[in-house]
Design a protein around this ligand. Structure first.
Ligand SMILES: Nc1ncnc2c1ncn2[C@@H]1O[C@H](COP(=O)(O)OP(=O)(O)OP(=O)(O)O)[C@@H](O)[C@H]1O
Ligand SMILES: [Mg+2]
Length: 266
């Protein structure tokens, strides 16, 4: 099962990605979580201990590795380098694992404008595509805001994209943009998750204003989420009502995807 989590900045993508990863790991699944945000923070959300996090380095910052695999130093523009370097060993070599969740950090690329064609972007693109092809039991991609960076491969291999929204018009209009872009690349299966929902009215607002994306569930707003962050605890462990809501969402995703797969093979 491959899930991409997207949505406007700050809505709770990383929080949801961590909840789902932990829910599936606890159910005995083999989970690979990928932090594809240039400012990674999924390790914290998952409550990875500091001494373990010290061993985690974003792939984009591995200069020697990038040079070894692409044949050019990161930052090189122009010149020759391999655009499809070997990456198949990277997920196992550079991920760290905690309580059944394996985590890989992609890292940031200094594109110096748009559409950089440089060794490090070739490396990350190839790795991203490789992850989509791999047969991991559960792959969870914590994306950064928007879907401009999603290509055809994502549409072909991701089972679903989960769009996180707050009960605000702004985040719902980002969801509408994501839907349009997703349609353009042929990614049809989108689900909405409401976060920071304070009451029934806010839940209804999301349901009513959804740009035609089915709502899977909502996570309640609570200051305990920020408290967990300050304490370096995973929300999954620290906030029971969020854990419960996360487990319900994980379960419906699983059921919907199983149904889809049975439908396909029938
Ligand atoms: N249910 C909630 N109740 C209260 N605060 C929340 C809730 N969910 C997330 N937050 C807070 O909102 C902020 C953003 O959450 P998170 O990092 O998960 O969002 P994001 O979409 O991944 O952000 P970014 O776009 O920066 O990657 C954090 O400070 C987090 O503590
Ligand atoms: Mg995030």
């Amino acid at each position: 099962m491959k899930l991409a989590i997207s949505g406007k900045g700050g809505v709770g993508k990383t929080t949801l990605a961590a909840l789902l990863a932990q829910a599936y790991a606890e159910a005995g699944r083999d989970v690979l979580a990928v932090d594809a945000d240039p400012a990674p923070c999924l390790a914290d959300a998952l409550g990875f201990p500091d001494e373990l996090q010290e061993k985690l380095h974003p792939i984009s910052e591995m200069e020697e590795l990038i040079e070894e695999r692409t044949g050019a130093k990161p930052g090189t523009v122009g010149g020759f380098f391999t655009i499809n370097p070997r990456v198949d060993d990277l997920p196992d070599r550079f991920s760290i694992s905690h309580r059944g969740v394996r985590l890989l950090e992609m890292g940031a690329i200094d594109t110096g404008g748009t559409g950089c064609i440089c060794p490090e972007s070739a490396m990350l693109k190839t790795l991203f595509t490789h992850l989509l092809f791999r047969k991991d039991d559960v792959l969870i991609l914590d994306m950064y805001a928007g879907v401009e960076h999603l290509g055809r491969a994502t549409a072909d291999f991701v089972d679903a994209m989960v769009v996180v929204v707050e009960p605000t018009r702004r985040s719902l209009s980002t969801a509408a943009q994501i839907k349009k872009l997703a349609n353009d690349i042929g990614l049809a299966r989108l689900w909405l998750v409401g976060n920071k929902v304070r009451d029934e009215q806010e839940a209804e607002f999301i349901e009513r204003e959804s740009p035609g994306i089915p709502v899977l569930g909502v996570l309640p707003a609570t200051l305990a989420v920020q408290e967990a962050d300050r304490l370096g605890e995973a929300v999954y462990d620290y906030v029971p009502e969020i854990k419960a809501a996360g487990l319900r969402i994980a379960k419906s995703i699983n059921q919907l995807i199983e149904k889809q797969q049975t439908g396909k093979s029938a």
